[in-house]
Design a protein around this ligand. Sequence first.
Ligand SMILES: CC(C)(COP(=O)(O)OP(=O)(O)OC[C@H]1O[C@@H](n2cnc3c(N)ncnc32)[C@H](O)[C@@H]1O)[C@@H](O)C(=O)NCCC(=O)NCCS
Ligand SMILES: Nc1ncnc2c1ncn2[C@@H]1O[C@H](COP(=O)(O)OP(=O)(O)OP(=O)(O)O)[C@@H](O)[C@H]1O
Length: 193
Amino acid sequence: MRTLGLTGSIGMGKSTTAAMLAGRGAAVFDADACVHRLYEGEIVPALAEVFPQAVRDGRVDRALLRLAVVGKPNEIAQLEKIVHPAVRRKKWDFVAAQARAGTPVCVLDIPLLFETGDHARVDAVIVATAPPDVQKARILARGGMDAAQAEAILARQTPDGEKRRRAHFIVETQHGLAHAERRVAGILRALAV
Ligand SMILES: CC(C)(COP(=O)(O)OP(=O)(O)OC[C@H]1O[C@@H](n2cnc3c(N)ncnc32)[C@H](O)[C@@H]1O)[C@@H](O)C(=O)NCCC(=O)NCCS
Ligand SMILES: Nc1ncnc2c1ncn2[C@@H]1O[C@H](COP(=O)(O)OP(=O)(O)OP(=O)(O)O)[C@@H](O)[C@H]1O
C-alpha cells in the first residue's frame, strides 16, 4: 500500500483535493472530520474538564470552542494536548485497517502534517495551495471565522511557502476544479498508483 500525506494551510483546498483523490479510489483519513467526530462524544468528558463553556448537551460546540481557544496560545496548546493523541490513534488505526484490507492507496488529509512529523511517515507529500488573497477570501466566504481568527490559526501553521518547498507534489487550487482534477490524475499516474 502507498500512503500519501495531503496538507495545505487553512482554506487552500485540501478537502476538495482529498475528495478528488477519493473519487479516484484512494481511502482518505480526514483529520478535521476525525476531530469533529471526537467532539460528538468520545473526547467530550476530557474537554469538559478544561473548556466547560464549550460543551452543550453532551457535545462540543465548535463555535464556542473557537471563541475559547483561537488567538490564545496557552488555551490552544491545552486543547491540542487532549485532541492530538486521540487523532494520532485513530489515524494509525485507519492506516492499519486499510493495509489489512489490501487498499492500494491511502491518503492522510492532515492540516498539521509537517508540524506532527507525519510527512516523514508517508511515501509522498501533496500540498494544496492558492495565492494569499484567494485563501483569505475563501475563509471569510465560508463564514464561522473572522479575519483575526483566521490570522491566529495561520500563525500556528507552517507557512505556505515552506510547505510548497517541502512537497513532492503541489496542487494549485486557484485555477478551478477541472484544472485541479487533471493535476490529481497526473500525480497518481506519476506515482504509478
Ligand atoms: C479551533 C477549532 C475549534 C475550530 O473549529 P472549526 O469548525 O471552525 O474549524 P475546523 O476544525 O474545520 O478547522 C479548519 C482549519 O483550521 C486549521 N486548524 C484547526 N486547528 C488548528 C490548530 N490547532 N493549529 C493549526 N491549524 C488549525 C486547519 O487548517 C483546519 O483545516 C477546531 O479546529 C479545533 O478544535 N482545533 C483543534 C484540533 C486540531 O488541532 N485540529 C487540526 C487537525 S488535527
Ligand atoms: N480546485 C478548486 N477550484 C475551485 N474552488 C476550489 C478548489 N479547491 C478548493 N476550492 C474552494 O475553496 C474553498 C476551500 O476549500 P476546502 O474546504 O477544500 O479547503 P481546506 O484547505 O480543506 O480548508 P480548511 O483547512 O480551512 O478546512 C471551498 O469553497 C472550495 O470549493
